[in-house]
Design a protein around this ligand. Structure first.
Ligand SMILES: NC(=O)c1ccc[n+]([C@@H]2O[C@H](COP(=O)([O-])OP(=O)(O)OC[C@H]3O[C@@H](n4cnc5c(N)ncnc54)[C@H](O)[C@@H]3O)[C@@H](O)[C@H]2O)c1
Length: 252
C-alpha cells in the first residue's frame, strides 16, 4: 500500500475523515477533498501531524470542471490516483409525494453524478497502472427507508454502477465495491434523523450489535477493500450496520 495515492471525497468530517486518517496510517498519500476548504485543510493537517502525507483540496464533486481540475492537481504533484473513495454525500428528507424536484436533482448530482465524475477522471491512471480500487459509499437506505426518496435512489444507483464498473474494469486490474453503512454516529446521521436525540436508545436496541457504528468501523472496511488482500472482491456491496439489514426493514 505504501506510497499509493488515495483520493477521498467529502473527507473533511465523519466517515471521510476517518477513512483519510486510516489510509494515511497505512502509508498511502491521501488527497483530502471536501467542498468545505477549511475542513479539508484541518484533516490534512491532522494527517501531517502524525507524519502522514496529505493534500487538502476544495472542490464540489458534482462539478465536472472542479473534479477534473482536482485530479489534475493530484497528478501534477504526486501522480495517478490508485484508490478512489466516493464518500461525499448529502441527504434531503421528505415524505413522498412531498419531494422537491430541486432536492431530487441536487441529491443525485452530489451522490451519484459526483462519484461517476470522480471515477471517470481517475480510471485512465488506474488503467495505465494495471491496478486500482474504487469504493462507493452506498447506504442501508438503498434497501428502503422512510422519507428518503432522493437519498435511497442515489445510494441504490451507486450499487448499480459499481456492479457495471466491476464488469468493465475488472480486466484492467481495478476492483469496484460499495460499502453500505448505517447507522453511523456522524453529524449527517444526527442532523437527518430528528428523533435521534430522543430515541438513541431505541435505535441502539434495533441494531443486533446493540450500538451505533463509528466512522472508524467503516474506515476499517474501506481500508481492507483498498488493500492488495481484497483483490478478488469486486462488484460487491457490504452492509456495515451491526446486522440491522439482516432483519426486516426497521424504522425508528
Ligand atoms: N452516517 C451514516 O449513518 C451514514 C449511513 C449510510 C451512508 N452514509 C454515507 O457515508 C458518506 C459519509 O457520511 P457522513 O455521515 O460522514 O456525512 P457528513 O455529512 O458527516 O460528511 C460528508 C462530507 O461531505 C462533504 N460534502 C458534501 N457535499 C459535497 C460536495 N458536493 N462535494 C464535496 N464534498 C461534499 C461535506 O462537506 C462533509 O465534509 C455519505 O455518502 C453518506 O451518505 C452515512
Amino acid at each position: 500500500m505504501a506510497n499509493r495515492i488515495a483520493l477521498v471525497t467529502g473527507a473533511g468530517t465523519g466517515i471521510g475523515r476517518a477513512t483519510a486518517l486510516r489510509l494515511a496510517g497505512e502509508g498511502l498519500r491521501v488527497a483530502v477533498m471536501d467542498i468545505r476548504a477549511s475542513s479539508a485543510e484541518d484533516v490534512a493537517a491532522e494527517i501531517e501531524g502524525v507524519d502522514g502525507q496529505a493534500m487538502a483540496l476544495a472542490a464540489d464533486v458534482s462539478d465536472v470542471v472542479q473534479v477534473d481540475r482536482t485530479v489534475g492537481v493530484i497528478r501534477q504533484h504526486w501522480g495517478d490516483v490508485a484508490v478512489l473513495v466516493n464518500n461525499a454525500g448529502i441527504v434531503k428528507t421528505a415524505a413522498f409525494p412531498d419531494v422537491q424536484l430541486a432536492d431530487w436533482q441536487q441529491t443525485l448530482a452530489v451522490n451519484l453524478t459526483g462519484p461517476m465524475l470522480c471515477a471517470r477522471a481517475v480510471v485512465p491512471g488506474m488503467k495505465a497502472a494495471g491496478w486500482g480500487r474504487i469504493i462507493n459509499l452506498s447506504s442501508r437506505a438503498s434497501l428502503g427507508k422512510e422519507e428518503r426518496t432522493c437519498y435511497s435512489a442515489s445510494k441504490a444507483g451507486l450499487i448499480g454502477v459499481a456492479r457495471t464498473w466491476a464488469l468493465e474494469l475488472g480486466p484492467l486490474g481495478i476492483t469496484v465495491n460499495c460499502v453500505a453503512p448505517g447507522p453511523i454516529e456522524t453529524a449527517m446521521f444526527a442532523g437527518n434523523n430528528p428523533a435521534y436525540v430522543h430515541e438513541r436508545e431505541k435505535i441502539v436496541r434495533s441494531v443486533p450489535m446493540r450500538r451505533m457504528g463509528k466512522p472508524e468501523d467503516v474506515a476499517a472496511l474501506i481500508g481492507f477493500l483498498a488493500s492488495d488482500g481484497a483483490g478478488f472482491i469486486s462488484g460487491q456491496t457490504i452492509f456495515i450496520d451491526g446486522g440491522l439489514s439482516v432483519g426486516a426493514s426497521r424504522s425508528w
